[in-house]
Write a protein that binds this ligand. Structure first.
Ligand code: FAD
Length: 575
């Protein structure tokens, strides 16, 4: 490949998800010249497909609502959750900078937030767990504000949007579930769909952006406002270094190589390795061939950042509790013969659903987190067996809440059954037969579950006993919003495979996101953020938002500190 040109900037950011764009925006606001290179034709990465929730304890929105907590309680929670993986320096840096990050973006950029003051931590029985106030989400955004950049934003994940329209978690989602039962919800849904149809007609794409799509859009807009040079279809191929200092990267653009020199440094923000089959083979235990892991992250996140880091001596920290942010996934047949990866984040806590393995037995509190579900599945499956499970419900449940990609009433069931995605049986025995589940095992399991479910209890796995379970349930169902019997056929099932929302193992860094080598020394000029940085949660999943909260925070820290360093070096050179 011929070298087209040499260019220079202060900070070169590789990857345009939350980690990369947060660094770019913070650095540009502090006066640096920033280039962001993105491999894909669209910006936003996994972030644009995500829920957009960020775990940010002591954030300004919670404080303004009067939720005051000391850092000690948060540390207590993290110490219990992370165990041996608790790293004092990086956790302290995160807890100090995360609220500052939210304040910075709110005050100076287009990134605005809504509060998570009613969203509990995942493990309510762990000391120090909060009932709310530790998270924020990107506020919904009118995509028309992006102007010509709108076409450059990664659209929402097709499997979890409706005709390309994202549905926001919380009240919006509840309205969609209730559209066939409440006039208010029906009116809300009609308004949303009507506006979406108009946007499609006028702009060719939806403009009511929510959750992670709103976060990516707001970051993109902020970067553009601050003059960040945003380049799509520009994959970084190699890092450039001199005397052990990273000085830039070789980037491919229009089939030619451009060498971009970065005066302060290079930020690796390529979104981890959810589709790097070689590394998955090494690190994911159930996955000896490398292909038996179905991440919901974009297939183009192929571990480039980790490999770029390793090429200059960086260390990938794989000694985490888990290498990936586990999530149960079902495979949705697409028209072109491929399969979409549907992450099951919403319906498992609703009342009237259980999960079983091929022997027909339950193995988990299904209302617990997506991470806990897969963690339990991998532990329940005998070594060497395929880690498969099934979500099981009755007709009432499916029509009321939907089951994975198979939407609730009034949308018809026939297409999901015809495609083989949704399995159906008039009886439990027929369903078991259609899925290859042990019939007696399933019959016994459902009978045992139903016996106490009628009274809202689940003595076997304790569904509905934590605030997190109850939040995901149905508040109208009493006495337990997460428990109801599975009674009248037809019955339905969806096959679940182990997947993830992204990866946890990543480049080892210090508390300022400087990349470290095998001896623990910093590699000058190289930073890693987002999923390219080994998770500060040590491979555990204590709360929703533990990917994006640290991604945004350490991105902000890198941008801010890079600018400070640059200015002080310049001042020293002048004096
Ligand atoms: C459905 C879903 C819901 C989720 N919800 C949440 C949530 O609510 N809260 C939470 O904390 N986490 C959530 N996650 C996880 C979270 O989205 C990711 O951990 C996070 O977005 C990763 O951010 P990032 O900046 O590291 O990478 P990404 O957002 O993936 O961005 C990386 C970018 O780098 C680009 N890139 C890769 N290689 C190169 C290269 N060589 N050169 C240039 N560019 C390159 C990629 O194309 C991509 O655009 C969710 C994930 C999914 C799939």
């Amino acid at each position: 490949m011929s070298v087209l040109s040499e260019e220079a900037c202060d900070l070169l950011v590789i990857g345009s998800g939350a980690g990369g764009l947060s660094a770019a925006v913070a650095a540009a606001w502090h006066g640096l010249e920033v280039i962001v290179v993105e491999k894909e034709p669209v910006f936003g990465g996994t972030t644009a497909w995500s829920g957009g929730w960020m775990w940010v304890p002591r954030n300004p929105l919670a404080q303004e609502a009067g939720i005051a907590e000391d850092q000690q309680t948060i540390r207590t929670y993290l110490r219990h959750e992370l165990g041996n993986h608790y790293e004092e320096a990086r956790i302290s840096a995160f807890l100090a900078a995360a609220p500052e990050m939210v304040a910075f973006f709110r005050q100076h950029t287009a990134v605005q937030f809504i509060d998570g003051n009613k969203i509990p931590d995942m493990h309510g029985n762990t000391p120090g767990a909060a009932q709310g106030g530790r998270s924020v989400c990107a506020a919904p955004y009118d995509g028309r504000e992006l102007g010509p950049l709108a076409g450059k934003l990664r659209p929402p994940l097709p499997e979890i949007s409706l005709l390309g329209m994202g549905i926001a978690s919380g009240a919006d989602f509840a309205h969609f579930l209730n559209a066939a039962r409440s006039w208010k919800s029906f009116a809300h849904v009609t308004r949303r769909i009507g506006r979406h149809a108009l946007d499609l007609a006028l702009q060719g794409r939806g403009a009511q952006l929510v959750n992670g799509n709103a976060l990516a859009a707001r970051l993109l807009k902020s970067a553009d406002d601050l003059g960040v040079d945003l380049r799509a279809q520009a994959p970084a191929r190699r890092l450039l270094s001199r005397d052990g200092v990273v000085t830039g990267a070789a980037v491919e653009q229009d089939g030619q190589e451009i060498r971009i020199r970065a005066r302060v440094g290079v930020v690796l923000a390529c979104g981890g390795f959810p589709h790097d089959y070689e590394r998955l083979k090494q690190l994911v235990p159930h996955n000896p061939e490398g292909r038996a892991h179905w991440s919901a992250a974009p297939s183009t996140n192929t571990g480039d950042g980790l490999r770029l880091g390793e090429s200059v001596g960086a260390l990938v920290d794989a000694r985490l509790a888990a290498p990936c942010a586990w999530a149960p996934v079902s495979l949705v047949p697409r028209k072109d013969g491929s399969f979409g990866h549907f992450p099951h984040l919403a319906e498992r806590a609703k009342p009237g659903l259980i999960a079983v393995t091929a022997d027909g037995r339950r193995f988990v509190n299904e209302a617990d987190s997506y991470y806990d579900y897969v963690d339990a599945l991998l532990k329940a499956i005998p070594a060497g067996a395929e880690p498969i499970s099934w979500l099981i419900c009755d007709h009432r449940f499916q029509r009321r809440y939907g089951l994975g990609f198979a939407k609730p009433a009034p949308l018809p069931l026939a297409p999901y059954i015809a495609s083989g995605y949704l399995k159906r049986g008039k009886t439990l025995s027929e369903l078991a037969h259609n899925c290859g589940i042990d019939r007696d095992g399933l019959a016994e399991t459902v009978a045992r579950y139903n016996k106490t479910a009628a009274h809202g209890r689940d003595p076997q796995f304790h569904r509905g006993e934590t605030p997190y379970n109850r939040m995901g349930g149905d508040a109208t169902v009493k006495p337990n919003p997460s428990v109801a019997p599975i009674e009248r056929g037809p019955f339905y099932a969806v096959r679940i495979v182990p997947g993830s929302l992204g990866t946890f193992a990543g480049l080892k860094t210090d508390a300022r996101a400087n990349v470290l080598d095998a001896e623990g020394r910093t590699i000058p000029g190289l930073f890693a953020v987002g999923a390219d940085m080994a998770s500060i949660m040590g491979g555990t999943y204590p709360a929703g938002g533990i990917n994006l909260g640290p991604a945004m925070t350490f991105g902000y820290v890198v941008g801010r500190d890079a600018a400070r360093k640059f200015k002080s070096e310049k001042a020293r050179a002048r004096s």
